[in-house]
Design a binder for this molecule. Sequence first.
Ligand SMILES: [Zn+2]
Length: 664
Amino acid sequence: MSKKNALILSAGALLAAALAPAVALAATLPTPAFPTFADAKAVDSFCDTGLKAARADLRKLERRKVDAGWLGAYDAMMARQEDAHSPTDFVLNVHPDKAVRDAAQACSLRWADFANGQAQNETLYRALRKAPAADAIDRELVRLAAGAFEDSGVALPKAKRLRAKQILDKLNELDQQFNKAIRDAGVKVVFTEAELKGVPEGVWKSKPRDAEGRVVLGVDYPSFVPVMQQAESAVARERMFRAKFTEGGQANLDRLAEIAQLRKEYAGLFGYSNFVDFNLRRQMAKDAATAWHFLDDVKGVVADGERADLVELRKAKAEHLGTPLDATTVERWDATFYAERIRKARYTVDQEAFREYFPPAESLAFAQHVIDKMMGVKHTEVANPSVWQPEVKTFVVSDAASGQPMATLYVDLYPREGKYNHAAVWPLRASSTALGRNPASALVVNFDRKGLTLDELETLLHELGHAVHNNLSHTRYALQGGTAVMHDFVEAPSQMLEDWVYDPQVLKLMADVCPTCKPVPDELIAKARAARDYGKGSKFARQHLYASYDLALHGKDTQDPMALWAAMEGATPLGYVKGTMFPAGFAHIAGGYGAGYYGYLWSLVVAMDLRTAFAPDKLSPEVGKRYREKILQRGGELPAPELVHDFLGRDSNSKAFFDYLKAQ
Ligand SMILES: [Zn+2]
């Protein structure tokens, strides 16, 4: 995952830590010290000062002459705003002090309000359109920035502009309510110990009990996944499944209907008959027809795999229960359980077995070492007290050839109370050569101190991919830095790297950063790779369903969210389970991924195409250098298809992706 609107960072310093003690001082950081926020008052005052300066800055730019320096002045203003709000936008997710997080959350809303107003500022918009653009980079900046203004309705007639603002505010509110309904639902499911047979004790032993002594579980992933994968009792799995897929309830279905309707109305203000065409017009996919065409191709390739998987699941269930094959049906709550049994029997891979090979700090050093080798950079850990929590690590990223420091990377490795509980990168600061501005990023994960599974190592490399995208960018304007790319491209550089951890040659680099770590047996890697690819037909069929549902919901015709889902899921081999309401918990599409969920698959197509250049050698410094220069350094200075073309020497295509899907 990449968090937009919070800038920078990537990592890579355990190597330095392993080879030499961290001696450099924070004074050597190529970016300003991170504000640590001693208490909520410090946040409030940082927020007040930042907003006050931003308002004054804005008034100044409104009065500024529109000459050849205007674009630079506009970008400089936006960069100052970034420095003023990205620390609070970020710490609301990670600060150990709840009062600080709450104050940062309030500050973030104030900035959102300011930004919405600024996005409808006609004076700025007119100046931007008039500002002299010297070359292609300037013109791309104008195109992107003007597009952002226009999407907020600034160029519409007054009545429509007011309606646009109303709709945006309402959508924001509905999205918050949608998420809150899921967070606060507090859905609980009770199980007898017998019903939990097969589920590891670590999952349920310490959980609360009800009056009858039954175990009370939530439907969060650490409880949901083990029950669905390992509970022998179909009754228990069904209960868990039904509880999970009614989260959000009817109220969220109503909200989703309203969201889709408002988006349609919003697109209509701009002359579009549907929100998909409106939303995709500045992305790689360009329009609904192209996105649908792509999804239809995916469906054509994965449908057979999905049906074949189901045949296997049925066989596994019949064998397990001793029932005749003809009389055996696979229910939705059986699918994960039997897929997991087949995976274990066939590939005998236990992800837990990897932890001893991948201690957290050494794994980070390894991931950074991989990046360093590929891209010609060096991550060096520095002592730095200016962080939000004492265990956070700070790295300076420098160019290996010149030794020039280029960026700062913060890494927050371990879980703690109140911390963001997934994996993500916040680009805290964007690069700008015109401003002499170095980038910074924060990488946040939640690893077990005992070590990482191979899946988690893959996640780490994925996130580091986002961080280097921001940190190695070398763009003229901050507004074009690193991850400021098309939405359906932004995951590609990260997804590209995921495959690296399944390559024994790459994993051997672990010995460079941790001579005492045991090498992972090649055989274990091969099994993990096979286990990953098992069931890919069903996996991609599910992604296809989510993406298609999202596009259909936001299409020309108004749809009832629940009826549409029941029809679409009902058409899949496993069918729809009456009474469940999956869309009520589909927070992605209530928020920023609305009419954009297809982007995960689209980015993966590009990622797999990018990988073809590294096929002979994933660690090739020549290819890595070209990748750094043609893609990472350029950020959003060129539209994504041109970046990919410059790197590959041809237009991007989906051959590698479809070859992978078709491979047995
Ligand atoms: Zn990502």
